[in-house]
Design a protein around this ligand. Structure first.
Ligand code: SF4
Length: 330
């Protein structure tokens, strides 16, 4: 298994070979802020990091607390003059339009008194758009969402379903329904597709090209491929931890297998716990990313503030799974 430090070495080598400088992301300027969206989710992905256990703690929320909207507004103001990278994520955002509406209101109010909230990214499997199109498209316009990063982990629906395990009756599991939603949404805002490498899914450079053709056939020109996160002791043993450990496909192996004629490196980004390697392929921008939970936990428990997560129960935390709670922040 390769960790953050191994990818640091790779980044240095690629930079030396290509002459492309490494860009440092997420330090100083931006503060990532997640108003955590909690629901039952429309899927049950085998690798779902929301189901990982840390120090015996599993993510469970009781629902949205009284006074949530005002508390979120105050939490946004807590960031001071740092620019907020707003991450609309947690469980499946498109299944919680009412929660998104509260967030839209809080964001608007915080912005009116000076908060700088940009970009605003939604991470979604798009399931809710099938039945709730009008309400969701209204709220993404009200929220001025910069783009949606939509997850789909294979180009054949049955293989995707085996990984994602959409619940009974969730129509987005069908590729025809997914393509229809993707094409309609692209008329409203930019979309990026997200695929996680794993055994039984996208496993090699040939699959990468087929996936890119699938995305391009729906008009998508931006795709990000992610390696399953690496960790050692930071995560407790359990079924999801075991799946991730057993199913990991090494990003380095994929990068090695890419045709140098077809994939041209265009950028190397170093985040505080992740690396992202950007390539041009035909008329598409393709990113390949790895993230290291051990590095993330180390940074989240250090002196600098990298991330804030505001949970529906009103807790403001600097680390995931409701850890690193900030007291007396109001
Ligand atoms: S869609 Fe996201 S939150 Fe839902 S199960 Fe999959 S990874 Fe987890």
């Amino acid at each position: 298994m390769n960790f953050y430090s191994d990818y640091n070495d790779l980044a240095q080598r690629l930079s030396a070979d290509s002459g492309i400088e490494i860009t440092y992301k997420g330090t100083g300027k931006y503060l990532s802020f997640t108003p955590y969206i909690y629901n039952d989710c429309s899927a049950s992905c085998r690798f779902c990091s929301e189901k990982l256990i840390r120090k015996g703690q599993v993510m469970v929320c009781e629902g949205i607390c009284d006074g949530y909207e005002k508390m979120l507004e105050d939490a946004l103001k807590y960031t001071g003059d740092r620019q907020i990278f707003l991450s609309l994520s947690g469980k499946e955002p498109s299944e919680s339009p009412e929660h998104l509406e509260l967030i839209a209101e809080a964001v608007k109010n915080a912005e009116e008194v000076g908060s700088n909230i940009k970009p605003r990214i939604m991470y979604s499997n798009l399931s809710g758009f099938v039945n709730n199109w009008d309400r969701l498209t209204k709220v993404i316009k009200d929220l001025n969402v910069t783009r949606i990063e939509c997850s789909r982990h294979f180009y054949e629906e049955d293989v995707n379903q085996n990984i994602v395990q959409f619940k009974d009756g969730v129509a987005i599991r069908e590729n025809a329904v997914f393509a229809d939603v993707v094409q309609r949404l692209q008329k409203i805002l930019p979309l990026k597709m997200v695929c996680v490498f794993q055994k039984g899914g996208v496993e090699n450079a040939e699959h990468v090209k087929k996936y890119l053709d699938f995305a391009r056939s729906m008009g998508i020109t931006e795709v990000v491929f992610r390696e399953l996160s690496v960790f050692s002791d930071g995560v407790d043993r359990g079924p999801v931890q075991q799946y991730i450990t057993d199913s990991r496909i090494e990003l380095m192996d994929i990068l090695e297998g890419l045709s140098k004629e077809e994939f041209k490196i265009a950028g190397i980004n170093k985040g505080y716990y992740y690396f992202s390697f950007e390539y041009n392929y035909k008329d598409m921008s393709v990113s390949f990313e790895m993230s290291d939970y051990e590095e993330m936990i180390k940074k989240h428990t250090g002196s600098d503030l990298h991330k804030l997560i505001f949970y529906p129960n009103g807790k403001l935390c600097r680390d995931w799974n409701m850890q690193g709670e900030i007291s007396n922040w109001r």
